[in-house]
Design a protein around this ligand. Structure first.
Ligand SMILES: [Zn+2]
Ligand SMILES: [Zn+2]
Length: 232
């Protein structure tokens, strides 16, 4: 009863503090979230017109489709950092609902299993939760085909990814992930919070592709600008 009563009370917008009838953001702040114009079908980077970017055409990645909700810049970065580093879990329904809507508006087929990017045990202990795991769990409950959840292991010896170049990130992540059991799915989606250099999703997608999975999609809350190519 207490829970129901709490839900009926107005909440404050996470960004501006105004009251909101439902959800973590007021309508005005929600409409400010920066979408990605004409994202590359394969990797999610913005393009002048819909299609596949030059990099993906020259060297197709191990994943086939990418869906990201927003650009990783203000105010999306504040939302994700609040969720991830300050455990503002009231933001989870916003991310999960929006991502579930986006996926359901896309053309089928849909994946039959979700693979959240794992954290190493040390990182998991530090943070207390895995943001991608929470997102995958919420998404699975919202999607009509109720996809399975696949756990992948992550070794601990990598250095922190922050501050490393794309090549060093890739080297750092080689052999970072491992399967804990065989996977009986042909189509899965990797779930991540933010895609930066794509090193993480590439390493994970390669492992999944090597295990025989034919179609690998990537779903994320946000995508960082591709500074090297000057696209943003
Ligand atoms: Zn607001
Ligand atoms: Zn691309």
């Amino acid at each position: 009863m207490k829970k129901v009563f709490h839900r009926l009370l107005p909440q404050s917008c996470f960004l501006c503090g105004d009251s909101t009838a439902n959800g973590a953001l007021c309508d005005a702040c929600f409409h400010e979230l920066p979408e990605i114009p004409s994202p590359c079908f394969r990797c999610g980077l913005p393009l002048p017109t819909p299609g596949i970017c030059g990099s993906c055409l020259a060297k197709p990645p191990a994943y086939q489709r990418t869906f990201c909700l927003w650009q990783y810049r203000w105010p999306t970065d504040a939302l994700i950092q609040g969720f991830k580093f300050h455990a503002r879990l009231q933001l989870l329904p916003l991310f999960a609902d929006q991502l579930a809507n986006k996926i359901q508006q896309s053309d089928p087929p849909y994946p039959t299993a979700l693979v959240p990017v794992p954290l190493s045990n040390n990182r998991l202990r530090e943070r207390g939760f895995n943001q991608s795991w929470l997102l995958a769990k919420s998404l699975a409950s919202l999607l009509p085909n109720r996809p399975d959840h696949i756990h992948v292991g992550r070794r601990q010896q990598e250095r922190h990814q922050t501050g490393l170049s794309a090549k060093h990130r890739m080297d750092n992540l080689k052999n970072a992930f491992y399967l804990t059991h065989s996977i009986h799915h042909n189509h899965v989606a990797i779930i991540d919070d933010v895609i930066t250099t794509t090193a993480t999703i590439t390493a994970l997608a390669q492992l999944l592709a090597n295990s025989g999975i034919k179609q690998i999609d990537v779903w994320a809350i946000a995508r960082t600008p591709n500074i090297n190519k000057g696209i943003y």
